[in-house]
Design a protein around this ligand. Structure first.
Ligand code: ACO
Length: 322
């Protein structure tokens, strides 16, 4: 009997505050038209002072639990992907476990920048397929607004806050068909966020803000995502035409269009949320997946390709028969 990880519920959360391109243009030298043309972003959500990665993760997780109609006690494993944890430790996974009030569960975080939720999905799938666990909660939750330098016009325009969740359960029915994850630590300098309290040089305290050479990151991202699409299709003996939906990481509309072109997919088959959300890092793929499930675009039985690229570099994909 083949054991699959089947999606039994999804959830998502976006904070209430909207920050538009026009608002950003009042503090740095940029414009709505520059940002929209280069990125496809018009506005992003900003978490309130009382919100955190764990508090947003809880809202998205509870939605997924309600959708799946399960008791939280049935969750065997919680994996939270985040680059903006509430605390260095305990993990946001443990904080989420506390908030959900469940005891007999293992919980930990995955740090793979924007690819975090794909890495978390991959780990969840291996644990379920091996028979070690039955039910896994995967959450991506990020407060990017607090690691963005709001005086740096090349990065502050890109990011937003939010959380997405997915519940997977062991099943004989198809679910996750395959996952593919990769890392290449050679590119640290192109995209990083220092830990200000643990500077590499103990005497040099760096600000804890995202630093990115956007143009170079852009080129590597387009190439790499093209390759991961081929790898995923080959591993499943599938053709481009077999994919019903592409749910890409929401970094830049031009990267998304390039990947859709590679798949010969019309943009009608691509789930795009970045216009009003920006790049929510590890949360973006799960937020987009949740939205398309809830509004009825993604239907049971359809084949969905999730992919992401982020700092590390890290990149990966998950092919799911929903
Ligand atoms: N408004 C106006 N001008 C700007 C802005 C801005 N907000 N930002 C940069 N510029 C200027 C630059 O200073 C530069 O000016 P110069 O030519 O006088 O030096 C010019 O615009 C061109 O800059 P580029 O960086 O070459 O612009 P590009 O077209 O590459 O767009 C962008 C920049 C949007 C950041 C793009 O490179 C990008 O989206 N990169 C990929 C981001 C990404 O995918 N990251 C990975 C995931 S993130 C993660 O894992 C945390």
């Amino acid at each position: 009997m083949i054991r699959y990880s089947r999606v039994i519920g999804t959830g998502g959360y976006l904070p209430a505050e909207v920050r538009t391109n026009d608002q950003i243009s009042q503090t740095v030298d940029t414009s709505d038209s520059w940002i929209y043309e280069r990125t496809g972003i018009k506005s992003r959500r900003i978490a309130g002072p009382d919100e955190s990665a764990a508090s947003m993760a809880e809202i998205a997780a509870r939605q997924a639990i309600d959708a799946a109609q399960i008791n939280p006690e049935e969750i065997d494993l919680i994996i939270v992907a985040t680059g903006t944890p509430d605390r260095i430790y305990p993990s946001t996974g443990c904080l989420l476990q506390q908030r959900l009030g469940i005891k007999n569960t293992v919980a930990f975080d995955v740090q793979a920048a924007c690819s975090g939720s794909i890495f978390a999905l991959s780990i969840a799938d291996q644990y379920i397929k091996s028979g070690a666990v039955r039910t896994v909660l995967v959450v991506g939750s990020e407060i990017c607004s607090r690691i963005v330098d709001w005086t740096d016009r090349s990065t502050c325009i890109l990011f937003g806050d939010g959380a997405g969740a997915i519940l997977l359960r062991a099943s004989e029915e198809t679910g996750v068909l395959s996952t593919h994850i990769h890392s290449d630590g050679e590119y640290e300098d192109l995209l990083y966020c220092p830990n200000p309290q643990v500077a590499i040089d103990a005497n040099k305290h760096e600000a804890g803000y995202i630093s990115m050479r956007g143009n170079e990151v852009f080129k590597v991202a387009v190439n790499t995502l093209g390759r991961i699409v081929d790898e995923t299709l080959e591993a499943n003996n599938m053709d481009k035409a077999d994919i019903d939906w592409l749910v890409p990481h929401q970094a830049n509309i031009r990267i998304i269009i390039a990947t859709a072109k590679k798949l010969k997919m019309s943009m009608d088959q691509v789930v795009v949320t970045l216009e009003n959300q920006g790049n929510t890092s590890s949360a973006s793929v799960l937020i987009a997946f949740n939205e398309a499930v809830r509004d009825g675009r993604i239907q049971r039985g359809q084949v969905v390709l999730l992919e992401a690229f982020g700092a590390g570099f890290t990149w990966g994909s998950a092919l799911i028969k929903y």
